[in-house]
Design a protein around this ligand. Structure first.
Ligand SMILES: C[S@@+](CC[C@H](N)C(=O)[O-])C[C@H]1O[C@@H](n2cnc3c(N)ncnc32)[C@H](O)[C@@H]1O
Length: 261
């Protein structure tokens, strides 16, 4: 079984919690979803930082600010899952300093290659649902804007619990859709029209525009924050909570691995 096939069957049991409903306009059957996602990131990796620049790198600044607020400190060990071009990992590295350590994981070879200009630390190719990492190792597990791409929330959070040290922190940043009708419509206009258009103009890449179309479609179809928090708790974390950071843009999830009795 290939790594991708193994990832597709992760958590195939009765408790599987997919992060969003299938999107047949992109891939025909759910087992093809993961391959579609990785191919899309491979093809668009070179444009990812240009897209971040459309937001004046405010998201990069926010990731670092939020990590510090969540308790990340000098000397800590961080596993950044779905590292992409290191938007989270580079902020984490600045905070933990030379005494600490940040390790990246991502399934896309294209993204790992593109990350190299922003991040010099160790990187492994792998999926959130099957981390290629030994247990009880990290003070923080982080995941920026990628939770919608896993095949199963519960399997993913169980993996995060496994690799964290007791007392360690889970930090996740994800997209947000307001619940009010007007808020939803405004958010859809921005993310489904304005941002894909700006992406096409700035990158001249149809694939990069599709990436942003896919971003919005997966965010819009994502399970609500309450379901994500419930899955985090079901996986065995304590103090699982979410906070809407910027309505229509970011929602943040944090939780703690319990200490032994
Ligand atoms: C939108 S990028 C996020 C990059 C970065 N973390 C950030 O905060 O901007 C999403 C990343 O998730 C990765 N990804 C997709 N499926 C994944 C999975 N099942 N497990 C881990 N990472 C995955 C992609 O390869 C891509 O690099």
């Amino acid at each position: 079984m290939s790594e991708l096939d193994a990832q597709n069957t992760a958590g195939a049991g009765p408790e599987r919690v997919p992060p969003h409903t299938p999107l047949p306009q992109y891939y025909d059957t759910d087992p093809k979803r993961s391959r579609y996602v990785i191919d899309l990131f491979d093809r668009t990796a070179q444009h990812y930082d240009t897209i971040e620049m459309l937001f004046l790198n405010g998201g990069i600044w926010y990731r670092r600010f939020s990590l510090r607020r969540a308790g990340l400190r000098r000397g800590m060990k961080v596993l950044d899952v779905a590292m992409g071009t290191a938007a989270v990992a580079r902020g984490a590295s600045q905070i933990v300093g030379p005494e600490g350590r940040v390790i990246g994981v991502d399934p896309s070879r294209g993204m790992i290659r593109a990350a190299r200009k922003n991040f010099q630390g160790p990187v492994s190719q792998g999926f959130a649902e099957h981390l290629p990492i030994a247990g009880d190792r990290f003070d923080f597990v982080t995941m920026g804007i990628a939770l919608r791409h896993v095949s199963d929330l519960l399997a993913t959070f169980q993996e995060y619990l496994r690799v964290l040290k007791p007392g360690g922190t889970l930090w996740i940043l994800e997209g947000h859709v307001p619940t009010s009708r007007l808020g939803h419509q405004l958010t859809r206009f921005m993310w489904a029209k304005v941002i894909p258009g700006m992406t096409l103009v700035s990158t001249r890449s149809r694939d990069a525009k599709v990436l942003m179309d896919f971003y919005w479609d997966t965010v819009e179809k994502c399970v609500p924050p309450q379901t994500i928090v419930q899955s985090i708790s079901d996986a065995g974390f304590e103090q699982a909570r979410y906070k809407v950071v910027l309505p229509g843009a970011f929602c943040e999830y944090t939780a703690r691995k319990p200490l032994p009795d």
